[in-house]
Design a protein around this ligand. Structure first.
Ligand code: NAD
Ligand code: IPM
Ligand code: MN
Length: 359
């Protein structure tokens, strides 16, 4: 029997509430599909910081390195630890493990009321592929003349030919497996070095992917168009920061952040990839037991796709679809189910689909 070793980082806030639900679903689907999941959980986060003066241990990358995959709840608790401290390890994992492709699907499931009037499941089904290893997230810069009246800060984005080309190829190949449409989102009308390089590389690659219809949009227009005409998007490729912004937008267009999953993929498989919801630790609702676990559950499905267990992943998505379609809803979706009850609803839907409905 195949066994996968997963490092689990529940993290902070609702991270520790939604992660167990994703793991319950994972264990259930593993059993019905004949593979094993061995998890090891690491209690890193704000409480660890208060005890040890560090958010994660110094050797956290070496600890995570041998696992087949990493599953993360969420980090961050701004009242206890500054965000740029608590989130640094997350960004470090993405960069050190070269998880350069961040895949964030937005799909409105039927049964969920969307925020866009007149746009249903047929109109809302796109994937944002976010460059996850460079751009604005590289710590390049510094603080100068600190405390002086002429103090300044410099923070420089880095866009490399290698980084742009590989994420665009990833996007083109992804688009080939979907509806064959790619939209690259930049701001090359204002940022004439970095984003003009993106434009040029897109044009260089076009002939190799002539079967994919590739267009460009500036980020301001794209934000508007995602609201106005979400059906015009299939695969979006964006640099790091635009990808971040557009996936909170994509999350809410797809029914809410409580439903939005994410990968942090190292396509070459030289390092473990990491899977997590798009949302954060949501301190405003943490501890109430009302967080929606579906984003975490769908992130576990993306992890199974990556591990080669596509049938099990499809079963999870099918179960989520039927649970939502039958009206299962947490507070963010206008319902009354608790986090655990929502997990139960997905597990029940899985049981109904197994074994005849497998896959
Ligand atoms: P957030 O995503 O945590 O929450 C935004 C809003 O969405 C909140 O009102 C929250 O209650 C709601 N929400 C989010 N997930 C939900 C769910 N599963 N069910 C129901 N409602 C949900 O964003 P924020 O409040 O800006 O950030 C909180 C903390 O999380 C900060 O420290 C931030 O830096 C961090 N953060 C971490 C990650 C991560 O670890 N990957 C991602 C984003 C934000
Ligand atoms: C995300 C988050 C992170 C990001 C933060 C918490 C560093 O917002 O995963 O979308 O900006 O990448
Ligand atoms: Mn974000």
């Amino acid at each position: 029997m195949k066994r996968y070793r997963i490092a689990v980082l529940p993290g902070d806030g609702i991270g520790v509430e939604v992660t167990p639900e994703a793991l319950r679903v994972l264990e259930g689907v593993a059993e019905s599909h004949g593979f094993g999941v061995e998890t090891e959980s690491f209690p890193w986060g704000a409480a660890y910081w208060e005890k040890n003066g560090r958010y994660v241990p110094d050797d956290f990358l070496e600890v995570l390195r041998p696992f087949d995959a990493i599953f993360l709840g969420a980090f961050g608790w701004p009242e206890r630890v500054p965000d740029h401290v608590s989130l640094a390890p997350l960004v470090r994992i993405r960069q050190a493990f070269d998880q350069y492709a961040c895949v964030r699907p937005s799909r409105l499931y039927s049964g969920v009321t969307g925020v866009l009037e007149g746009k249903g499941p047929d109109e809302i089904d796109f994937v944002v592929i976010r460059e996850n290893s460079e751009g604005e997230y590289v710590d390049s810069g510094g603080r100068f003349k600190v405390g002086k009246p002429d103090e300044f800060a410099l923070q420089t984005a880095i866009h490399t030919r290698k980084g742009i080309e590989r994420i665009l190829r990833f996007g083109f190949e992804y688009a080939r497996r979907r509806r064959g449409r790619l939209t690259m989102i930049t701001k090359s009308n204002a940022q004439k070095y970095g984003y003009v390089l993106w434009d040029e590389i897109l044009d260089e690659l076009r002939p190799e992917y002539a079967d994919v219809e590739a267009e460009r949009q500036h980020a301001d227009a794209a934000a508007m168009n995602l609201v106005r005409r979400p059906e015009a998007f299939d695969v979006i490729v964006a640099a790091n920061l635009f990808g971040d912004l557009l996936t909170d937008l994509g999350g809410v267009i797809g029914g809410g952040l409580g439903l939005a999953p994410s990968t942090n993929t190292n396509p070459e498989r030289e390092f473990p990839s990491m899977f997590e919801p798009v949302h954060g630790s949501a301190p405003d609702i943490a501890g109430e037991g009302i967080a929606n676990p579906v984003a975490a559950i769908l992130s576990a499905a993306l992890m199974l796709d990556w591990l080669g267990e596509e049938g099990a992943a499809a079963m999870i998505r099918g179960a989520v679809e039927s649970a939502l379609g039958n009206g299962a809803a947490t507070v963010d979706l206008g319902g009354r189910l608790s986090t655990v009850e929502m997990g139960d609803a997905v597990i029940r839907a899985m049981a109904e689909r197994s074994p005849a409905g497998r896959g």
